[in-house]
Design a protein around this ligand. Structure first.
Ligand code: MN
Length: 249
């Protein structure tokens, strides 16, 4: 099992979720939402061999946390993975798009300057802008679009720039999400929980739920869950090699 986007530090009892991850053998990319969460999250996952940490500054917090960018820059050298980053153009956050753009651009340019990073990216209501900034940055690394919800055209643009996709319970629960999953290149799709925000059976999704997500994707793709699971693990190894991340070279 692979969970490519999980907010481990935001569960009421992170240690219990981490124990469950170890027991289930799940690989987890633990994303963070503020640079200040980096040291604490590092401690939290210490000793968990299948969990990696991503350094982030969430677009929904950009207007409150832009002043933490120097903290981000300091932690950057330790970070193989970046996220959650991006932009959010939904009604509640679109008045902050200017500061969101400044923060996202800063981070993406930093990634490009340092040879590229694998980035877990939020692009709700803003996919074209996000893609444009990624393109302008040159070679910022591998963008992994998490819970992608853009138009068909935006999806094709994301695919064209080499985007990968992490797909979870929220996408599987909506008809539009399922349509998008069907349009994605199968070799660039990996499961995610987006827990504790996304829900499974009315409670926060956890990495151990990823078998159900893989099953949901396999049903959409008309293949056996084992086929989807094997492909996803192969893709994950490829992504790890690209990132010099989970798989050591
Ligand atoms: Mn998230």
């Amino acid at each position: 099992m692979i969970d490519l986007h999980c907010h481990l530090d935001l569960y009421p009892d992170p240690a219990a979720v981490i124990r469950e991850c170890s027991a289930s053998g799940a690989y987890v990319l633990a994303v963070t939402t503020t640079p200040r969460a980096w040291p604490g999250s590092k401690k939290l996952i210490a000793g968990s061999s299948r969990i990696r940490l991503a350094l982030g500054l969430h677009p929904q917090l950009a207007h409150e946390r832009a002043h933490e960018l120097p903290v981000f820059d300091l932690a950057f050298n330790e970070a193989v993975y970046i996220g959650e980053i991006g932009m959010d153009g939904s009604p509640k956050y679109r008045m902050h798009l200017d500061v969101q753009r400044r923060v996202f651009k800063h981070i993406v340019e930093l990634c490009a300057l340092h040879g590229g990073r694998t980035m877990s990216i939020h692009s709700r209501g803003c996919a074209s802008h996000v893609i444009q900034i990624l393109k302008q940055a040159g070679k910022p690394g591998v963008p992994v679009f998490h819970w992608f919800s853009g138009s068909n055209r935006e999806l094709n643009e994301a695919i064209d720039i080499g985007g990968w996709f992490s797909v979870g319970p929220g996408m599987l629960a909506s008809a539009r999400g399922r349509t998008l999953i069907n349009m994605m290149p199968k070799a660039r799709v990996i499961s995610e929980s987006d827990g504790p925000f996304a829900k499974v059976s009315g409670r926060p999704a956890r990495p151990a739920d990823m078998a159900r997500v893989v099953e949901g994707i396999s049903t959409l793709w008309g293949e056996a869950p084992e086929v989807t699971s094997d492909r996803m693990h192969a893709s994950f190894r490829k992504l790890s090699t690209l990132s010099n991340g989970f798989v050591k070279r």
